[in-house]
Design a protein around this ligand. Sequence first.
Ligand code: UDP
Ligand code: MN
Length: 352
Amino acid sequence: MKKTIFIFLTLYCFLAIVIFAIYFFSKKYWLTHMFLILHGAENLKDSFPLNTTGHSQVTETSEVWVNKSAGEESLGVCPETPPNLLGPFQVELETVRTLEDVRKQVGPLLQVGGRYKPPDCISKQKVAVIIPFRNRHENLTHWLYYLHPFLQRQQLDYGVYVINQDGDGTFNRAKLMNIGYAEALKEDDYNCFLFSDVDLVPLDDRNLYRCFSNPRHLSVAVDKFDYKLPYEKIFGGVTALTKEQFLTVNGFSNTFWGWGGEDDDLYNRVMLRIKAISRPYAVIGRYKMIKHERDPHNDQNLNNVKKLKETTNTLDQDGLSSLNYTVIDITKNMLFTFITVDVHVPMGLTKK
Ligand code: UDP
Ligand code: MN
């Protein structure tokens, strides 16, 4: 009898240890899995730890590019995964916000021109955030309200450049991006360029606004497109390219006037010269687009669609290498650097 009880107890202990071990090793997986389910990613096959960036196409690491300057010798390099991220967060765009409100809330941590450096570590990259702009002040206020704290949680060393097209000639988003690149470089040795529409507000701060070893498309799941990629090759909205990548593709084309095509042309350039892009997982790359009508003087231009067949032939002549414009004014405040430019709208497109 005693022998039976002894065997039974031994088996019981053994089983308890096995169950405990299984529970211990699977806990991390289940926590992550439950998180994904709660955030609508039940059908995502790969699961991933909460604090990683997530890449759907390639696995990349970002390198240390920024040298320490005087006074920073004692600081360490910022960790690969910023420690204070929230993950998904609420974005509410109904409240009327003024620039003054935003300045009070997020201004104190910034330096003039919308510049920021993390106080406690050296950021791996120096990021110029470039926003193409004309007459979207309300959008810009929302963008600044959410994006400054977002970029700070990501421990980025960054500056915000709003490139404002002067006059009411036909809009040229891509040329404004090239101008932003050139003007930001006149100010500092940026090595990463983050191009963002003014109306795209990210919903998850694990979507890192930094550069990767391939040009990156960040706005993969926008509410306007039902949180899905509308087509596989889309490369508009929010993108990030290192200085080297941007130079390799000769920047954007300068000749896409009006709405459409300039982002697909950039995709063509990247595919011709670099042959790969990266994206965050859709569960992370979620965005709200602030609702808007098509702006005046930015009608769809069907000529742009034809131009997409020509990227191979135009890439070398049309881009950073042929960029010409005139700076009309540079104004700095705590939230951003506002650069008004004459983009040299061709005759015939000056007014509609
Ligand atoms: N944009 C602007 N003023 C204009 C037209 C465009 O500021 O008159 C900028 C703004 O950053 C906007 C981006 O260009 O988010 C892309 O234009 P739009 O939002 O109309 O494109 P879509 O929503 O169709 O991607
Ligand atoms: Mn838009």
